[in-house]
Ligand binder design. Structure first.
Ligand code: SF4
Length: 340
């Protein structure tokens, strides 16, 4: 990469939060790029190329999609060995550009995602429709599919994303009805964690329940880990993903005797890495709690000075308040160790 006359190789390590500006400290350069990315960037050379002053760089982890705004970096990404490439019909440019890129991907066995975004539809479609529509998104995708498939390239994935849930759903339904290319789903720019999780859940669930969608992405203005958690929960809720600890927690009421929310959150945090399928119930009281706690693999029901621990429906121990989290975790770990 040439920056201010110097040749440097990007060596990137660490975490780049969505929308944040970060200095890549390891770089031997005297300027800072505005990075808009997400996820953990693997250490190593991501790509090399030429970037001019003021360019905005959007970097995805090596092994996922790589793209850059302000410069055409697809070629460098292909050369660097990305596992997949996304092209946006709205800004990829002239046919010759697509032909060259498709040729390079074909030579290296790199699949391409044709990723339509309602916010960057082709000018002629926008001028005709006046604003983004599901039909316009489909037309954008279909044109690009026709072009790429016409070049003999079939290692394709499709995505049609909008920040509007209804538009995302409708565009994907329409497109799915006219091709059998695998779909990557997402409600783009879904918002901050809570509203974004809801919008993503509604949109993705509607489509997944209809059998549309092969991969998903939850886009949140928040920590990347939350995107993964939300995506995982969507898939688990639909029975499309199995395994892992599912924490059931009561909403609490005047009968509650323990800090259900704090316990449940801690259990979720500490067990996020566990692959064993396990249901854990955290219930606030001994009046209505034992029913749910008994149905779970492991559960607690809060009670006066002592919380009852359940294992496969049996009440097995009474715990002082301070021991609830530690004891639950040791139960979960022994369950997961026993079944792995
Ligand atoms: S389990 Fe007990 S504390 Fe929790 S909501 Fe039900 S009645 Fe209230």
């Amino acid at each position: 990469m040439t920056i201010a006359g110097k040749h440097v190789i990007l060596g990137i390590a660490g975490h780049i939060d969505h929308g944040k500006t970060e200095l890549i400290k390891a770089l031997p350069v005297d300027r800072v790029f505005t990075l808009e990315g997400h996820g953990t960037i693997v250490t190593g050379t991501l790509w090399s190329g030429s970037i001019g002053p003021g360019d905005k760089v959007e970097i995805y982890p090596k092994g996922e999609t790589a793209r850059v705004r302000g410069v055409q970096v697809h070629d460098q990404a292909v050369e660097a060995g990305v596992h997949a490439l996304r092209i946006n019909p709205g800004n990829i440019g002239a046919r010759e550009r697509v032909e060259a890129l498709v040729g390079a991907c074909a030579d290296r066995g790199i699949p391409i995602r044709i990723g339509v975004n309602s916010g960057s539809l082709e000018k002629d479609i926008l001028e005709r429709d006046g604003h983004p529509t599901p039909e316009g998104m489909v037309e954008s995708a279909a044109r690009q599919v026709e072009l790429v498939e016409g070049l003999g390239f079939t290692s394709l994935l499709l995505s049609l994303k909008a920040s509007n849930v209804g538009m995302t759903v409708e565009a994907n339904r329409l497109m799915a009805a006219r091709c059998d290319i695998p779909f990557h789903l997402g409600v783009t720019e879904a918002g901050t964690v809570l509203p974004g999780a809801v919008r993503s859940s509604v949109g993705l669930s509607l489509l997944l329940a209809e059998g549309i969608g092969d991969t998903i992405r939850v886009s949140l203005a928040g920590p990347s880990e939350e995107e993964i958690c939300v995506g995982r929960e969507i898939l688990k809720s639909l029975g499309l993903r199995h395994g892992g600890v599912t924490v059931i927690a009561c909403p609490t009421c005047g009968r509650c005797e323990i800090d259900v929310q704090a316990i449940a959150k801690e259990i979720e945090r500490e067990t996020a890495h566990i692959r064993t399928s396990l249901v854990v119930a955290v219930m606030g009281c001994a009046v209505n709690g034992p029913g749910e706690a008994r149905e779970a693999d492991v559960g607690v029901a809060g009670g006066g000075s002592e919380t009852v621990l359940f294992r496969h429906g049996e009440s097995v121990e009474r715990l002082p308040g301070g021991e609830v989290i530690g004891r639950l975790l040791s139960e979960i770990r022994s369950h997961s160790a026993g079944s792995s």
